[in-house]
Structures are given as C-alpha cells and as structure tokens.
Ligand binder design. Structure first.
Ligand code: GAL
Length: 384
C-alpha cells in the first residue's frame, strides 16, 4: 500500500500536461517574438551579453562539496557569457536563504537560480520575485508550492535510485541468492523529506529492491523500509551517523549488517564512522565491511571507493547541469524557448514546471578512472 501511495505521489509530480514556457515574469516566451529572423535573434543575444545582467545564485550549503562545485561551474559559465554573478550559500538555514534571496533582488538580480534548503519554504520570497518580474529557476531541487518558478534543471533522481538499486542487485548477486534461499541484511539511509530528490531516489531504489525485500533475500532487521522511516533531515551526515550507531546497537548484535543503501556520499561518511566504531573494518580481524552506496561522487567518496570503504557513488556532472541551467537563464532573459533535449515536467503542487534532466553515471573501483579522471572532473593528483 505504501508503494501505491508513493506511486500516486510520484505520478502527480510527473504529470504531463501542455503548458507555456517562461519569459521574464513567467509568461509564454515562444509567442513573444514570433516574427524575428535568426539574425535578429543572434543580434539580440549579443546585446544581452553586452548588457551585463545580474544572475543571483542561491545555494543551500557549503557543507556538501556538490554545491560548491555547482556554484563555481555556474559562475564561470555565466561570466563567460557576460553576466555578473552573485552567489549566496544558506548554510542549511531556510530563513537565512529567504533573506539572502531578498538581498540578491535588492542587489539587482535580473534572474534567480535557487537550490532550496527546504523546497516549500521559499513561497513568500519567490512571490516577491515574481511581482518584480524576476524569473526564478529551480536548480537540482524542485521549488514546491510556488507559481514563481519558470524552469527546473536537474538530474533524474528516480533514475539515480534505480542505478543504486541495480548496483546492489548485481554486486550482491541477489538473483543467485534468491534461488539458493540465502539472504543479506540491509539498512536504508534516504534523503531529506523536504527535498523531492529524496523521495524520488527512494522510489527508484524500491522499484528495484522491493521484490527482494518481499522474497526475504534482503532482510531489513530494523524493519525501517518506508521513506518516512528512512529519510534524514537536511541530508545531515551527523544524523546519518547517529542513526547508524543506533541501528547497529539495537538490531545488529547477532547478525552483521551486509548492505548500507545510502542516498548521499555524506551519509556514507557518517555510516563509515559508525561502522568503524562498531568493529567493522577492511582487515581480516574485523567484522566484514558492508557494501555502502552513495551519490554525488564527491572527492572524498571517490577516495573511499578507491580504498574500498565505499562501493559506489553516482556521478552528477556539475558542468552538465550548469550548461543546462545557463541555457535556461538565457531563455528567461531573452524570452526565447530553450533549445534543450530531455524536456519533461514536474508538478510542484501549484504548477507543472518545465523540466530538463541531465544524465548520471554509476562510478565504482572499475570505472572511476574512465568516468571521472579521463573526463577531467578530477585529476589523478586530486585522488591521491
Ligand atoms: C540533493 C541532491 C544530492 C545531494 C543532496 C545533499 O538535493 O540531489 O545529489 O547533493 O542534495 O546535498
């Protein structure tokens, strides 16, 4: 029944319907300049570049490496295109984020790019932006309960959940275990309940793992498999560590924990500390180190993958998302429809938001060199 409810929720969020794109002030952009030639449009773009408009970036925190990289990639790209960029990090404080967005507007931002600390906490300030005809783009996290959002640029979190689930199925050989009647223990550490990505990722994980929980091939000794029982507020590493300590203490005295399915590299770090304190390790005398998953391919996570402390992560190429978002900024400021692929829609509770999703890749010991080093995301030196 839980999964059915989840399906309904996700169905609502993914609801497809036809609607207009944004222009400044959120109006249909494509209809604004119907009769312009391509040459006119190029000239318009050049004028825009020379105008030095201001883009305000509101990021959730610097405690997660992802946002620092995202901000840097966005800033560089936008500056190359002639925009002035002002960046604020809200340090996971939704109130502070509201104030910072107001400040960005006062500082003259012509367009706002926002990754919310809590997706539904910015309704008021975003209405102020809309009233001032400042377009808003949701970056990586959907902005909920507001009609002031023009576009959403993100990764496919449900797909990421499936990548994580599939990794577990393949690497723990769950099909073979199922046939032989064996089982593995598993615990789940899912994302923030105030961030749609958390629920989407969970749904993807469960798409793949639910049958193995039902057949008993995966045993969750805590019984905590519902999203509400596994989500961790504000994606906190510390809370993940505490939760893991409690789990190990309460449920894993007789049996060891074999798999830790986490939704974020930060959780994997917290889990690692808790496991080490409980006698798990990579050396022969310790309890066998579990398979730990993650998301973001942070530098520390990749180092942990190399040493075997973390099994895998999901690489979200910040420059890909920055490119997508920059194209959306330009669309908002020029009033032209974005020329981007992978268009889809997300219902944010008030509005169906035009969405562009970027691809992700699973990384582990076998492919990190090819995926992360050859692409230039990290250098060999970074990983030492
Ligand atoms: C999510 C994002 C994840 C991770 C997490 C914590 O919104 O999708 O990749 O970065 O925030 O920062």
């Amino acid at each position: 029944m839980r999964i059915q409810m989840l399906g309904m929720l996700l169905g609502m969020a993914m609801m497809v319907s036809s609607f207009a794109g944004c222009g400044k002030g959120g109006e249909a952009s494509a209809e604004k300049e119907p009769q312009k030639t391509q040459k006119d449009q190029v000239e318009d773009t050049e004028q825009k570049e020379a105008a030095g408009e201001i883009v305000g970036l509101s990021m959730p925190t610097q405690t997660s490496e992802q946002w620092i990289k995202d901000a840097a990639a966005m800033k560089q790209l936008l500056e190359e295109k002639g925009y002035e960029v002002k960046v604020q990090f809200a340090e996971n404080d939704p109130g502070l984020q509201g104030e910072q967005i107001r400040q960005l507007m006062e500082d003259g931002a012509n367009c706002l790019v926002v990754t919310a600390v809590e997706s539904d906490s910015l309704t008021e300030v975003l209405t102020e932006a809309k009233n001032q005809k400042i377009p808003v783009i949701a970056y990586d996290r959907l902005l909920r309960d507001t009609d002031a959002v023009s576009y959403y640029a993100a990764f496919d979190s449900q797909g990421i959940g499936r990548q994580i689930g599939t990794y577990i199925v393949e690497n723990e050989e769950l099909e073979a275990l199922k046939r032989s009647g064996e089982s593995r223990t598993i615990e789940f550490f899912m994302g923030s309940p105030k961030d749609d990505n958390g629920l989407f990722l969970y749904a993807g994980v469960m798409d793949v793992l639910q049958p193995y929980l039902e057949s008993g091939t995966l045993e969750c000794l805590s019984g905590k498999t519902a999203f509400g029982d596994t989500c961790i507020e504000q994606w906190s590493k510390e809370k993940a560590k505490e939760r893991c300590q409690d789990m190990l203490q309460e449920f894993y005295q007789k049996k060891d924990l074999d798999i830790v399915c986490t939704a974020f590299d930060g959780f994997a770090y917290g889990v690692r500390e808790a496991l080490e304190e409980s006698g798990y390790g990579l050396d022969a005398g310790s309890k066998e180190w579990p398979l730990i998953t993650g998301q973001d391919a942070e530098l520390m996570a990749v180092k942990n993958i190399i040493t075997g402390c973390q099994a895998m992560s999901v690489y979200k190429d910040t420059s890909l998302l920055a490119e997508t978002c920059t194209a959306l900024v330009e669309s908002c400021l020029t009033g032209k429809s974005p020329k981007l692929e992978n268009r889809t829609e997300h219902d944010n509770g008030v509005k169906v938001v035009e969405t562009y999703l970027c691809k992700t890749e699973m990384v582990n010991q076998d492919n990190y060199g090819e995926v992360l080093v050859e692409s230039g995301y990290y250098s060999e030196d970074d990983l030492k």
